[in-house]
Design a protein. Structure first.
Length: 208
């Protein structure tokens, strides 16, 4: 029986329940808000399901830029995020403004995530690579790459070879920056990893 080839997710699609346009997302004033909205609104739920989830932003790479009005904005290139179940939910009142609701949501999410981390919960982790281009004078967010990194970390911890925390960080970076299996192998060899360990990792590479 022939194996059905797994098709890559279409990262050009948007979540069909998106609340904000790409241009509106890009103009948000908090870096983590921009990343959260990219995950929630820019990526469809069949790729990353954010329904009833909080999105924690663990790391970002970005540059600061200014729009044509001179306002400071963030140009995000890369971000690591982690998904947590919504165990606590914000309680809004009818007298709250939209800004107050957003702030309460932000505080509730941060507190809920903090409590779950203390309890040792680990969520699904993803690394996204993005860039923004102008289309008809408006920002359009392009998803260049998306990698599920918690699975990579778990496999590294189960390796028969000794893998340190620093190794895990480096190998995840190498994995995410490699375009194919051959490049992944070459980068691991260049980083002076043991040949047998390299072959163990290459067998688990699945981005081809």
């Amino acid at each position: 029986m022939n194996k059905k080839k797994k098709t890559k997710p279409d990262l050009n699609k948007r979540n069909d329940k998106a609340k904000y346009t790409d241009d509106e997302i890009e103009r948000k004033k908090r870096i983590d808000t921009i990343v959260k909205l990219i995950i929630r609104d820019r990526i469809p739920n069949d790729v990353i399901n954010t329904s009833k989830k909080w999105v924690a932003v663990n790391d970002t790479k970005y540059t600061i830029k200014r729009d044509h009005y001179g306002n400071e904005t963030y140009d995000i290139q890369e971000a690591d995020v982690e998904l947590f179940n919504k165990k606590d939910v914000p309680k809004y009142t009818k007298f709250m403004s939209e800004e107050e609701k957003h702030e309460l949501t932000y505080i509730t999410a941060e507190n809920d995530i903090f409590k779950q981390r203390i309890q040792g919960f680990k969520g699904q982790e993803y690394r996204i690579k993005v860039h923004t281009k102008k289309v008809n004078g408006k920002n359009e967010i392009i998803i260049d790459d998306l990698t599920r990194i918690d699975i990579i970390k778990k496999k590294l911890k189960k390796s028969k070879f000794d893998v340190t925390s620093d190794n895990i960080i480096e190998i995840v970076d190498i994995y995410c920056s490699s375009k194919d299996r051959n490049q992944f192998r070459k980068k691991l060899i260049d980083a002076k990893y043991d040949e047998n360990f390299v072959e163990e990792q290459v067998k688990q590479y699945n981005k081809d």
